[in-house]
Design a protein around this ligand. Sequence first.
Ligand SMILES: Nc1ncnc2c1ncn2[C@@H]1O[C@H](COP(=O)(O)OP(=O)(O)OP(=O)(O)O)[C@@H](O)[C@H]1O
Length: 263
Amino acid sequence: MSVLSLENVTLRYAADAGRNTPVLASIDLSIDHDEFVVVIGRSGSGKTSLLNLAAGFVKPSSGRVRLDGAPVAGPGAERAVVFQDDALYPWLTALDNVAFPLRLRGFSKADRLRRARALLDQVGLSDAAERHVWELSGGMRQRVGIARALASSPKFLLMDEPLGALDALTRSRMQGFLLDIWQRNRVGALLITHSIEEALLLATRVIVLAPNPGRITSEIFTTFGRDHLAGTPLSEIRSSAAFRRLQDELTVLIHAEEEGIAA
Ligand SMILES: Nc1ncnc2c1ncn2[C@@H]1O[C@H](COP(=O)(O)OP(=O)(O)OP(=O)(O)O)[C@@H](O)[C@H]1O
């Protein structure tokens, strides 16, 4: 079983050396391989910074980031990252975009095309394999991006607002799709969102970050995503009393400090 952990992490950016308050402070977060952890919090609370630490894009100023007990020294194939902007290679087809990381890992051409086709099939894009990026809709591009992230068989999928640029209907469909991908590939997930509804639908655990310094103020365990995977339609979950109650609770938790300052 894999575990990705941030242990007593503080982060100050070099550009902000004069700033007294760190961007993140006293962060203790451990993500198991079967969890779907969603981080939510006000703008500037350090959500992206936290994901960048887990990805190894930035190093903690103090504390440790570990994967299965070993220090994380930088980015690695076992922690794949998906951004809001899909960042696909525009000159390649969907198939070649997904196959690209496999080339870097030394797979033969036949093997990478076989695996890339299987991944595109998994994200429902078999028919779009030969299309170029500009021929794909926003939701399709994000699915290619996720297939590409899965190509390296990561243990963890780190997603920064992956559905943030999509229209409401596509976003809603993609939420069900993300749950399916998470379950089928048995990856641990860390996802950032601004949407309380999305957080509750996807997460097995929601983490609330508050700013100045960025720190974890609440943790809520939920089962809505698993209920959906067991057959409950998302529309039924969204309109249930239990879901609405947690939505209200989470809204209060996210804005608690703001209201405290205003009072
Ligand atoms: N590379 C950087 N160098 C210096 N400061 C940075 C850098 N990246 C982020 N920051 C600062 O760190 C703080 C947290 O930023 P971060 O992007 O992690 O927050 P966030 O919660 O993801 O915000 P948002 O919801 O607006 O995307 C902000 O004050 C930001 O200006």
